[in-house]
Design a protein around this ligand. Structure first.
Ligand code: AMP
Ligand code: MG
Length: 341
């Protein structure tokens, strides 16, 4: 199959791929998504095939405005309206009770559905032109880092999808925040572009699912099916070094092997001359780190790095999402710089 490239101005034309049962690469403010008509079970099934995605990992339905929630969700709670008023359109997914019309293949048979209203203008033009809810996960091959540019997505999906729309590099760079509103208190399932602090400002108490900060044990059943899978990982194994940036840089410097690579804050790149190095932005600029973390992970697949050492921001603000992605890429293989001799 030849994958057709569309410019941002051709969004409406590209949307015809969705309404005719095809797969379309879609720019969003978070990452590029792999979209299909969310009401067409055959089209949605092709998403799983193109990504090599396990069947029990549900997708998110993308809608152009909050008033579409009632069409697909039962008993929409007041909390959903309050969150939508505060943060939609934007990088936030709400888990709500689904209506029977939502195909099982979208929800992986769950009685809940993930709903998001994105803010990227090109994505919004596609959703409006399509006139259907668009089911989409991130546009990577399952297990690989999510794509934040059209070129990243084509690395994984060229020839497997009918088209892709170029909306430029993603402004957030990590996937949407997922909050489950079907439990009391509401529960953060995945940290993302909307911070935990922002959720609490609207909802009050918000629980954090244990899978956000640690590896689930073999006998444990995570609340979101996607949380049990290995994620975001480059080919080489990753070790995250936590702690004060100057300390973690020194810790990596002491341990690094000749063929090892480093993901570090801009300030420390010079310490690792001679090694493959990917910087993710200044140590105090977490938004920039979010934009660059997936590209940094992806870049190592083009090198022969034996293993990768990564500095990591503190888990506050959007730093919680960045550290979650790095920790997952590392399979939660984490060491504390301060605890080192
Ligand atoms: P992706 O953005 O590629 O990670 O794919 C969508 C994410 O949303 C996955 O992590 C899913 O597990 C999660 N998700 C979608 N629907 C639900 C749901 N009903 N309950 C819990 N998590 C969900
Ligand atoms: Mg994904």
């Amino acid at each position: 199959m030849k994958t057709k490239r569309f410019t941002a101005e051709e969004a409406a034309q590209a949307a015809e791929i969705l309404t005719s049962g095809g797969l379309l690469g879609i720019p969003t403010e978070t990452v590029y998504g792999l979209g299909a008509n969310g009401l067409d079970p055959e089209a949605v099934a092709r998403i799983f095939a193109a990504k090599g995605r396990p069947q029990d990992n549900p997708l998110i339905l993308h809608i152009p405005s909050a008033d579409w929630l009632e069409r697909y969700c039962e008993h929409v709670p007041e909390a959903a309206c309050a969150l939508a008023a505060a943060y939609w359109p934007g990088p936030l997914t709400m888990i709500l009770e689904r209506k029977p019309m939502v195909p099982d293949v979208v929800t992986a048979g769950l009685d809940t559905v993930g709903m998001r209203c994105p803010s990227h203008p090109v994505c919004r033009a596609i959703l409006t032109a399509a006139g259907v809810p668009v089911a989409a996960p991130s546009g990577n091959t399952s297990g690989r880092p999510s794509p934040t540019t059209m070129a990243d997505m084509l690395e994984d999906m060229d020839g497997k999808i009918e088209g892709i729309v170029d909306g430029g590099p993603c402004s957030v760079g990590v996937e949407s925040t997922i909050v489950d509103l079907t439990v009391r208190p509401p529960r953060l399932l995945r940290p993302g572009g909307i911070t935990l602090e922002q959720l609490r400002a609207v909802l009050g108490e918000v629980a954090v699912d244990p899978a956000v900060t640690r590896l689930m044990g073999a006998g444990e059943q995570p609340r979101a099916p996607g949380m049990k899978y290995r994620h975001y990982a480059p080919k080489a194994p990753v070790t995250v070094v936590r702690g004060d940036p100057a300390e973690s840089a020194r810790c990596i410097r002491r341990r690094i092997g000749d063929r090892d690579g480093v993901i570090c804050f801009d300030e420390f790149a010079a310490l690792f001359e001679g090694h493959p190095v990917e910087t993710i932005g200044p140590k105090d600029d977490q938004s920039e780190q979010a934009r660059r973390v997936f590209d940094a992970l992806r870049a190592f697949d083009g090198t022969d790095a034996a293993q990768i050492w990564a500095q990591c921001p503190d888990p506050v603000g959007i730093g919680l999402a960045v550290s979650n992605r790095l920790n997952k890429a590392a399979g939660f293989h984490i060491i504390d710089a301060e605890a080192e001799p």
